[in-house]
Design a protein around this ligand. Structure first.
Ligand SMILES: Cc1cc2nc3c(=O)[nH]c(=O)nc-3n(C[C@H](O)[C@H](O)[C@H](O)COP(=O)(O)O)c2cc1C
Length: 237
């Protein structure tokens, strides 16, 4: 198989605890940053800065931030869940309900049950020896890009470059979006001295898995499901 495609297929989210006793070598961190450096960005803006955090006290302070879950998240997440592997295989998109706390998994959706289940609303951040926070200035948009859509796309390219490099080095990678919005983002910014005018594009956990990562079902649509030829809707090559 094509080597690059193989690397892309093997890249995955590792949400389990990562070994805090096994730091990431400085050279490997630099390779991941170098991969981010070479990402394509709209107008070559290079609209990002990156904070690498490997100080135990700071990681602990970030891990202790309460990350409330909004009703909107619960509702919209629920709508995309599959309740069996068979359902997920058929749908080819979304996530398995078993990834979430038991009260979220009931196919008979009851928002109250979830909101009243303290154990499901307080999710500790799994351990890790390092995190990276990619930040950007939303006021510094790509030329004429409404809502800085092109800037956001560019940050996605940075993410993918770094993720693929981490994967190629055997380093697990996990995006934690809940640390980059609302009051939680402000708490992170205060801990890391991030200036108020910058936003966190994405935080990620990095490290080596404590145990062999559990093999989980990963699905994708087939190429034919999202490809048309010459005109939208035309499946004939
Ligand atoms: C922009 C973005 C945000 C994401 N946020 C989270 C997150 O907050 N928590 C999480 O566990 N995974 C997060 N993910 C990972 C996706 O859920 C994951 O990529 C997807 O389910 C496919 O699984 P895979 O990465 O193992 O191939 C995010 C991915 C992207 C690209």
């Amino acid at each position: 198989m094509n080597e690059l495609l193989k690397l892309m297929q093997e890249r995955q989210s590792v949400r389990s605890p990562l070994d805090t006793k096994r730091p990431i070598a400085g050279n490997d961190l630099l390779l991941i940053l170098e991969a981010g450096r070479w990402a394509p960005t709209a107008h070559n803006m290079q609209n990002f800065e990156i904070i690498v955090v490997n100080n135990i006290n700071l990681l602990e302070a970030i891990g202790n931030i309460k990350r409330p879950i909004s009703e909107t998240f619960i509702r919209e997440n629920y709508m995309q869940l599959s309740f069996s592997e068979e359902e997920l295989r058929k749908k080819k998109t979304g996530l398995l309900a078993s990834m979430f706390p038991p009260s979220w998994r009931n196919p008979d959706f009851r928002l109250d049950n979830i909101l009243n289940d303290d154990s499901s609303m307080q999710r500790p951040l799994p351990s890790c020896p390092a995190m990276m926070f990619v930040v950007y200035n939303p006021a510094n948009r790509a030329p004429a890009s409404e809502g800085d859509f092109l800037g956001s796309l560019s940050l996605g390219c940075v993410m993918e470059n770094m993720w693929l490099m981490a994967n190629s080095l055997g380093i697990c990678f996990h995006i934690v979006s809940s640390l980059s919005s609302g009051t939680v983002e402000n708490e992170v910014k205060s801990i890391l001295n991030i200036p108020q005018n910058l936003s966190i594009a994405f935080p990620c956990r990095l490290g080596y898995s404590v145990s062999t990562p559990i093999k989980r079902l990963r699905v994708r649509r087939d190429v034919k499901d999202f490809t048309y030829f010459n005109k939208y809707g035309s499946k004939d090559l």
